[in-house]
Design a protein around this ligand. Structure first.
Ligand SMILES: N[C@@H](CCC(=O)N[C@@H](CS)C(=O)NCC(=O)O)C(=O)O
Length: 229
């Protein structure tokens, strides 16, 4: 069924780090869009209504005013970057651009999927993993990815993750650091990541995209059953 919303919309969730990435990109580019909350803690992402937008049953989903929909945060950000090129979210120089993507993909492809709600629910339901085991799993995989990124930042970080400009690397890093803090990961071994996170969060585009700023007031602030959302 077509959602009766004739304006650009971001279907997301306040604590979804993938939606958080898109909120940052929207703010950086000053794109106005209606924020529609899909309540993950109520399972709304698997409803027929949401699967009509995204058969994968995940957020975020972008929808243009004419009804065109797109899932996958990085695909959405690339799309918005093409349509609204200013400010660009990637450097022009091919190697710098590729390194920004390397950081972004390390987060979006290697770290984030392992800590996702449905993965942790599966660990609980089929393998008896309790809240402590799930949290340790989450910390393990974030830490593994952060070790790689921290080493990489030694060569490329400036004021921000990949040089002195905000890039896709920062857009992915800040939400993942938010998740790391929620999972109780000690950030002391990752000083470059912590510095890039702090520098980006000082900017209004990042601050206004933060989960607590995006909460609608209807959220359950306690995580049900030790799960992350
Ligand atoms: N690779 C996807 C990941 C999307 C994703 O996993 N979203 C999470 C929230 S951060 C979700 O919808 N989880 C619901 C669930 O696991 O049931 C993207 O970057 O958009």
């Amino acid at each position: 069924m077509q959602d009766p919303l004739p304006e650009p919309c971001l279907f997301g969730y306040w604590r979804s780090s993938a939606a958080y990435r898109v909120r940052i990109a929207l703010n950086l580019k000053r794109i106005t869009a209606r924020q529609v909350s899909v309540q993950l803690q109520l399972g709304e992402q698997t409803s027929d209504e949401h699967r009509a937008r995204n058969p994968a049953g995940l957020v975020p989903v972008w929808r243009d005013a004419d009804g065109f929909t797109l899932a996958q945060s990085l695909a959405i950000i690339d799309y918005l970057d093409e349509i609204y090129p200013n400010p660009p979210l990637l450097p022009n120089e091919p190697r710098q651009k590729a390194i920004c993507r390397e950081i972004a993909y390390t987060i979006a492809c290697d770290i984030h999927p392992l800590g996702n709600l449905r993965v942790l629910e599966k660990l609980a339901a089929d393998y008896g993993a309790g809240a402590g085991a799930r949290a340790a799993w989450n910390r393990h995989w974030i830490g593994t990815g952060f070790c790689a990124i921290e080493a990489r930042l030694a060569a490329i970080a400036g004021r921000h993750a990949a040089g002195d400009q905000i890039t896709l690397a920062d857009i992915c890093l800040v939400p993942q650091v938010y998740n790391a803090r929620r999972a109780g990961l000690d950030l002391a071994p990752y000083p470059r990541i912590a510095a890039a996170d702090a520098a980006a969060r000082a900017l209004s585009a990042f601050a206004q995209a933060a989960p607590e700023a995006a909460a609608t007031g209807a959220e359950t602030f306690a995580s049900p059953g030790g799960l992350p959302k």
